[in-house]
Design a binder for this molecule. Structure first.
Ligand code: ATP
Length: 375
């Protein structure tokens, strides 16, 4: 059995009138790359700062390696925090920036040299150690910041959007570096981001936050394939999952008449799940849509874009805009022509790939749809 080095129990943090975290529980097994994902203001940084000991919670406790650290000073918690802006000292060389924490701990000089050169080699920054931060690119400064956290050899790394200041190419490279770093050190990493691509690429396990509460947690595959709420469904995946509102009416169960937007004749749905509520939202990933002249949905094309191997098409379905990512067939390429805009096109969706959510609460319903037919 694995130990649980980081555990958060009932954590509540308040800033004045703002409830930044509301009774948060989270267990992070040793050695896991845990990503905390959520929009701005959802409480991500507050979680990290609480673990680091920089914030005093109103209620709840934090345990690291089976020890209650809630009342300990930051320096007593054995965690290292990597910030967005790396916070390097401008007048010190990269070497001295990396060595700083080790010097403060009065480690012998040859041990400091050994640790700094070792970590520099790992992060490919050995030739940069004599430079000051001014003489480093954003990506290089990022690696120096990471190296400074790494030499401390903490129990847990806390990373707050460490790639957010980098351009797309460097971000890609640093994602690879971070994965490699995690494989080598095999330490717990708790990593905060608002970027779902980063979360999917890096996380062993993702926690999705919204307004101080945990919405869902699971592997990247679980949260993508089985989003528990409309919020998670729309937050993970790009472009986001389409949501088409529909009224339902029970026929002879398990069949329902469905009146979704953009399908004037309605549909008959056969489901093998619980009874459907009177109003649902049908969640459809853009990549699950295909052009089909006999398909049940119809709508005018509003916008198209060539993405290289695929084509993005926006349809208007009732009052809802639906985005499709289509393979480059000749029919799809036809929609790129200017005169094809406003043309009414029919499309279909594989019933098994439709997610069904409660119309009002947005909770996912465990309703695999068996078939969907025009009446
Ligand atoms: P971002 O992605 O923008 O960094 P976040 O998810 O990390 O957002 P937090 O920084 O944890 O969110 O903030 C959560 C809530 O607490 C927000 O409403 C924020 O305005 C508030 N908050 C955070 N720190 C403080 C503070 N020191 N004083 C007052 N309010 C704060």
């Amino acid at each position: 059995m694995r130990t649980i080095p980081v555990e958060i129990r009932g954590l509540t943090v308040r800033f004045g009138h703002t409830l930044a975290l509301q009774g948060l529980d989270m267990s992070i097994p040793e050695g896991e790359f845990r990503v905390i994902l959520g929009p701005s203001g959802s409480g991500k940084t507050t979680i990290l700062r609480s673990i680091a000991g920089l914030i005093e919670p109103e209620a709840g406790s934090i345990w690291i390696g089976g020890r209650d650290v809630t009342l300990l000073y930051p320096s007593e918690r054995n965690v290292a925090m990597v910030f967005q802006n790396y916070a390097l000292y401008p007048h010190m060389t990269a070497f001295n920036n990396i060595a700083l924490n080790l010097r403060m701990r009065h480690l012998p000089r040859d041990e400091i040299d050994r640790k700094v050169t070792g970590v520099a080699e790992l992060l490919h920054i050995s030739p940069l150690l004599d430079r000051t931060p001014r003489e480093l690119s954003g990506g290089e400064a990022q690696r120096v910041g990471l190296a400074r956290a790494m030499v401390r050899d903490p129990a847990v790394y806390l990373m707050d959007e460490p790639l957010s200041n980098l351009d797309a190419k460097l971000r890609g490279e640093m994602k690879d570096e971070l994965r490699r770093f995690h494989r080598i050190v095999q330490k717990t990493i708790i990593y905060v981001t608002h970027d779902q691509n980063e979360a999917m690429a890096l996380g062993d396990h993702i926690v999705v936050m919204d307004r101080g509460r945990k919405q869902q947690e699971g592997t990247p595959k679980e949260v993508y394939d089985r989003p528990g709420t409309v919020f998670v469904a729309k937050f993970i995946g790009s472009p986001p999952m389409n949501m088409i509102p529909a009224r339902t009416e029970a026929l002879d169960r398990p069949r329902y008449r469905l009146s979704p937007e953009g399908s004037p004749a309605g549909l008959v749905l056969t489901s093998n799940g619980d009874p459907l509520p009177p109003e649902v939202q049908l969640g459809i990933r853009p990549s699950s849509i295909r052009l089909d002249p006999t398909g049940p949905w119809k709508g005018p094309v509003e916008y198209t874009e060539l993405l290289g191997p695929q084509i993005e098409v926006h349809f208007r379905v009732g009052t809802t805009r639906v985005v499709a990512i289509l393979p480059r067939t000749s029919a799809a390429e036809g929609l790129l022509e200017a005169e094809a805009r406003k043309e009414v096109v029919s499309f279909a969706v594989e019933p098994a790939s439709i997610h069904v959510f409660e119309g009002r609460t947005g909770e996912a319903l465990g309703n695999p749809i068996l078939s969907l037919q025009s009446p």
